[in-house]
Design a protein around this ligand. Structure first.
Ligand SMILES: [Zn+2]
Length: 203
């Protein structure tokens, strides 16, 4: 994914034969990674990481919010299909984040944006806290990433695996920790927080 994104940023792409990739993956799929990304039309992971058919599982939903169905899909990807990398990807100028800041209301969208609002309150920001301020919108997007990965759902779906309440918990449950040197769940979560901080600094 990193190499593909490097190619994309350089204006290059791998010479692909989609028909051949389709045929090669027809009998089974073994993607190396599962992604949770926003459905923004300008941030298609397969394109901006120059990936092909069968390379990744990509869960796309506005604001890259997490719910039980997303977690279930990730569990399938990691535990049953063998994905070894989990990437939660936000992006700049996210319309869903802006909508949540503006308290936009529309049918089912209202509930979706409600899942983003706790990240707005949790974002420490000294400047103008409005959807017109892109720096604030991006700060909320970063906080949202942290919450998606590390925060438990307030309501747990009936029958859902309790240990799958957070993505971090799901990683533990699926054995996808960089374990061995880590002795506890707390230590694992601290490592995750450090990793998220580092990623956000790189943006
Ligand atoms: Zn978005």
């Amino acid at each position: 994914m990193k190499k593909g994104n490097k190619r994309f940023r350089a204006g290059e792409r791998k010479d692909r034969n989609y028909l051949r990739e389709q045929k090669a993956s027809a009998k089974g799929q073994y993607p190396a990674a599962v992604l949770l990304t926003c459905f923004d039309s300008r941030a298609p992971a397969e394109v901006i990481m120059d990936l092909g058919i069968g390379d990744i599982f990509n869960c796309r939903v506005a604001g890259n919010v997490r719910n039980a169905d997303i977690l279930g899909s990730m569990e399938f990807a990691c535990k049953l299909a063998g994905a070894k990398v989990l990437l939660v990807m936000g992006h700049t100028a996210c319309g869903a984040i802006k909508g949540a800041i503006d308290n936009a209301e529309l049918g089912n969208l209202t509930g979706l944006l409600g899942k983003i609002k706790p990240a707005i309150d949790a974002t420490a920001y000294a400047g103008e806290r409005s959807a017109k301020n892109y720096a604030f919108v991006d700060a909320v997007a970063r906080k949202k990433l942290e919450k998606v990965i590390l925060t438990s759902s307030a309501r747990k779906t009936k029958g859902a695996n309790k240990r799958a309440a957070t993505i971090a918990d799901m990683l533990c449950a699926c054995g996808l920790t960089w374990k061995h040197s880590l002795t506890s769940r707390q230590e694992f979560l601290e490592k995750m927080r450090d990793a998220i901080r580092l990623c956000c600094q790189d943006l």
